[in-house]
Design a protein around this ligand. Structure first.
Ligand code: TMP
Length: 397
């Protein structure tokens, strides 16, 4: 049974930054209702509304994986590990974005699949083989004809963006070699509930995976998880190492059982945990608005740092307009001088003195808190204060 537990209200498409200040309307189909549900049988958590992929992932997609030091380092370390442990002759990445991972491999050893043509172009220019297409069975038939099989398939923050999971795993099953390894990483549902990070939900994040749900999903395709890692990236992610059940070369790590136990201990297999989460989300909204309104009353100015898709959920759910957060700033060229969807807060180009015009910073990219505060320590020394809503809204001391 599919049971709804969270209503985040009317939301715009998260990564659709507006060229000019625009009032969006539900009747024109520019806003959708963001509801989140739990499937009591499969344990899968998903949003109810499905937006066609072509509307989200196209040649105007503004998210770049290489924009943070944290992510570049994470991909670099992972590629070293993959080379050492699995020694793939051929690795394929589903959702290679701007090449943050594949750039760590030799060109003859990697294939990227990236439907956003603007991003695919960046890596193609560097000489990598990129299929600028969606990951589905039709594409995989084409790749199989040319390469027969692939030793490692990797995908970060992409599988949860694809509606038809059966097609995703059927395609992987068709292309992966017998002893091939599938590695996927996505935000962790357990971390989301623990951190009260409701902003992990937006139109692109169709699913939020737990080890419990992934285990069930893989079963249908004869795959199993043999190891799992908790990562700090994207506010807490899980990296799943997956193999065919028939492949006895890889041993099942005890880390898998620990993760499953932790998820059950928290109650991820039962609806009650999700109901409790939804109460905490509402409390978070009330508290954040109290903080922002007090700052407004004191006539101080707030800058949003990181014009993230997550921040779009927060702004629209909490009804935060530019009277509360005056501007955002971001380093991503595709976002600069545009407006936060639904709330029309202007995104300014980042420069190292931008913070001097503000009294407070709201961490839109709270998942890069350490990196950002370190980068801006000279302003912190001068009295600039940071606000975060994770795990609960507060001004950081
Ligand atoms: P994400 O949380 O979805 O990965 O997005 C992070 C956004 O924050 C991305 O647009 C880049 C931006 N960003 C900055 O503008 N400055 C920074 O120092 C960092 C770490 C991120």
């Amino acid at each position: 049974m599919i049971k709804k537990f969270l209503d985040l209200g009317l939301q715009p498409l998260a990564n659709k930054y507006q060229k000019k200040s625009t009032k969006l309307s539900a009747s024109k189909g520019q806003l959708y209702n963001l509801n989140v549900s739990f499937n009591t049988k499969s344990k899968l958590v998903s949003i109810s509304k499905r937006i066609p992929s072509e509307k989200m992932f196209n040649s105007k997609y503004p998210y770049r994986s290489s924009m943070s030091h944290t992510m570049r380092t994470s991909f670099k370390n992972l590629s070293k590990k993959i080379k050492k442990k699995f020694k793939p002759d051929l690795l394929l990445e589903i959702g290679s974005n701007d090449g943050a991972l594949i750039k760590n491999f030799k060109k003859e050893n990697v294939i990227g699949v990236e439907p956003c043509k603007n991003l695919a172009k960046i890596t193609k220019k560097d000489g990598f083989l990129i299929y600028a297409q969606y990951w589905n069975f039709d594409l995989v038939k084409k790749i199989k004809k040319r390469f027969n099989s692939v030793d490692v398939i990797y995908s970060a923050n992409t599988i949860t963006h694809i509606n038809d999971l059966n097609n995703v795993f059927k395609s992987i099953n068709y292309l992966l070699s017998n002893e091939g390894i599938l590695i996927i990483e996505d935000p962790s549902l357990l971390e989301c509930l623990k951190k009260n990070s409701y902003d992990q939900f937006y139109n692109e994040h169709i699913y939020l995976f737990s080890a419990l749900a992934v285990k069930n999903l893989l079963n249908k395709f004869g795959f199993e998880i043999f190891d799992i890692e908790n990562l700090s990236t994207h506010g807490g992610s899980l990296r799943y190492y997956i193999k065919r059940k028939t492949n006895k070369k890889q041993k099942i790590s005890s880390r898998l059982n620990i993760q499953i136990k932790n998820e059950i201990k928290f109650g991820l297999h039962k609806f009650e945990a999700y109901k409790k989460f939804s109460v905490n989300v509402l409390k978070s909204k009330i508290k954040l608005l109290q903080i922002l309104n007090k700052i407004k009353k004191d006539k101080k100015k707030i800058l949003g740092y990181g014009a993230t898709a997550k921040a779009v959920t927060v702004l629209n759910y909490c009804n935060i307009n530019k009277d509360l957060i005056y501007n955002f700033t971001d380093t991503t060229p595709e976002k600069i001088n545009k407006y936060m969807p639904g709330k029309n807060i202007k995104i300014l180009r980042y420069n190292k003195n931008i913070l001097k015009n503000y009294d407070y910073v709201f961490l839109g990219a709270w998942n890069f808190k350490k990196e950002i505060i370190k980068k801006e320590k000279k302003f912190v020394k001068k009295g600039l204060r940071f606000i975060t809503h994770i795990p609960f809204p507060r001004i950081l001391s």
